[in-house]
Design a protein around this ligand. Structure first.
Ligand code: NDP
Length: 480
């Protein structure tokens, strides 16, 4: 059994009270590791280490040198990509093809992108009436706590760690309890490449104990959080006590709108990848399929046929496209929504049940599609976070937009049409931080990502990320 400690100040150590937590492989239900459960004392130690590194070596290091170290970290991650990808699949249940060929490479690329930015974070000179020299400096915030969920454990961590470090902050990373192994692997790589002690601390532990202690801690300057909207609301309330900077990347109920004039084969692929990539455990999942009434029957029939062909498999098998749901509780939660959908009168056209891969073990579920969903039904309103698609129809462009926006969330949206004017018009009307036209679920480190409404605020990736990891200082110099 692997035992893993905390990474604090460039060293591995146990939790101060020796407590540990099990990590379970959702595909086999076996305990694959025991990790330390950090206490408040450990959080104090991590904050002290991060503060010392911020005021010491990291804060004083020339930005270009910081960038060079981050680039080296990316190279080391790339060298170990097979092992890190394997860990990602083991603790999350996602297909190895997603870990190995999509997400861990994206995490390394994210680091490289921000390594390149480290010495290009510039301020402005501002003309003012008096003729004084006024300029701005973009300065780091200090100690950043990154609290991340279990669906893309390393990638979502990197979306925070990379820009935070590039901007000169130091970081305490708290991965989700279910999926701590790749964050800990990153902690080891940071030691290996010679990041000064305290620059990147990785502390595992429950949200209620370790996470809460980070959010309350007066020595933490910023919380960068991805996770459930209700958790985000609690973090916002707690962070108010110490006026922390926060960014929140929260839930979604994203509409994927298919107009009758779309390339329907492409839209079909987009609808499928939009909900079944990552087992639907994706904040930007296209979980509400809005289909033009004119093509509804044909489209849903084809979608159901396509969905029925998708079978869950061993996540470590390179051919598998649908892995295990991340945990027993998540599987139960998703199946609970299937029951509610049936009770509320939605039509089940594919899937809907637990399944297994011939081992009698693991939290596997059939990919599921419901048709005849109305906007008021629970599965049209609540984030399910699993492979369950709710298909809703619409009459015309205005109804499509109204239905798409009829949600508290506003993370992402998809639009499928061959009409370029309609595409831009609908994109402009959608209340979402990201709109994909004739594609879905594509990302690039250079393009910003983040929510409107209760999907949160702040942008990850891209140059806009620096708005969340720097503060502006204005300097006035009297030249008279
Ligand atoms: P949470 O939002 O609870 O967890 C996200 C992260 O926050 C984890 O690291 C968690 O730690 C931590 N955390 C939990 N409570 C606190 C707290 N009070 N203070 C600080 N940190 C905290 O999501 P869950 O894992 O509980 O999942 C619940 C539901 O949230 C899912 O079923 C899904 O619907 C949704 N979800 C949405 C995500 C998104 O990206 N939109 C991502 C993940 C989940 P720990 O793991 O120890 O609890």
């Amino acid at each position: 059994m692997t035992r893993k400690q905390l990474v604090i100040n460039g060293e591995w150590r146990d939790a101060s009270d020796g407590a540990t937590m099990p990590v379970i492989n959702p595909a086999t239900e076996e305990v694959i590791a025991l990790v330390a459960a950090a206490t408040r004392d450990d959080v104090d130690a991590a904050v002290a280490a991060a503060r010392a590194a911020f005021e010491g070596p990291w804060g004083q290091m020339p930005a270009r040198e910081r960038g060079r170290l981050l680039w080296k970290l990316a190279e080391r991650l790339t060298e170990q990509i097979d092992e890190v990808a394997r860990l990602e699949t083991l603790h999350n249940g996602k297909p190895i093809t997603e870990s190995r060929h999509v997400e861990i490479p994206m995490a390394a690329e994210c680091l490289q992108y921000f390594a390149g930015w480290a010495d290009k974070i510039e301020g402005d000179t501002i003309p003012v009436k008096s003729g004084a020299l006024v300029y701005t400096r973009r300065e780091p915030l200090g100690v950043v706590a990154a609290i991340v969920p279990w669906n893309f454990p390393l990638l979502l961590a990197m979306w925070k760690v990379a820009p935070a470090l590039a901007a000169g902050n130091t970081v305490i990373l708290k991965p989700a309890s279910q999926t701590p192994l790749t964050a800990l692997a990153l902690g080891q790589l940071a030691i290996d490449v010679g990041l000064p002690p305290g620059v990147l601390n990785v502390i595992t532990g429950s949200g209620s104990r370790t996470g809460q202690a980070l959010v309350e801690h007066p020595g933490v300057n910023k919380i960068a959080f991805t996770g459930d909207t209700s958790t985000g609301k609690g973090i916002m309330r707690t962070a108010a006590e110490t006026i922390k900077h926060i960014t929140l990347e929260l839930g979604g109920k994203s509409p994927n709108i298919v107009f009758a004039d779309a390339d329907l084969d492409a839209a079909l692929r987009g609808a499928t990848v939009g909900i079944f990539y990552g087992k639907g455990e994706v904040c930007a999942a296209g979980s509400r399929l809005l289909v033009d009434k004119a093509i509804k029957n044909e489209f849903i029939d084809k979608l159901a046929a396509r969905t029925k062909k998708m079978v869950a498999g061993d996540p470590l098998d390179p051919k598998t496209r649908l892995g295990a749901i991340s945990s027993k509780s998540q599987l139960e939660r998703v199946l609970g929504y299937v029951d509610i959908a049936k009770q509320e009168g939605a039509t089940l056209v594919a899937g809907g049940a637990r399944t297994d891969i011939g081992t009698g073990k693991g939290f596997f579920m059939q990919p599921t599609v419901f048709a005849d969903v109305t906007p008021q039904m629970t599965i049209a309103r609540e984030e399910i976070f699993g492979p369950v698609l709710a298909a809703i129809d619409f009459m015309d462009v205005d109804e499509a937009i109204a239905r798409a926006n009829d949600t508290v969330y506003g993370l992402a949206a998809g639009v499928w049409t061959r009409d370029i004017k309609k595409a831009h018009y609908v994109a402009s009307k959608l209340q979402a931080g990201l709109v994909w036209v004739n594609t879905y679920n594509v990302y690039d480190t250079a393009a910003p990502f983040g929510g409107y409404k209760q999907s949160g605020f702040g942008r990850e990736m891209s140059k806009y990320a620096f708005d969340s990891y720097t503060q502006i200082k204005t300097v006035w110099v009297d030249l008279n």
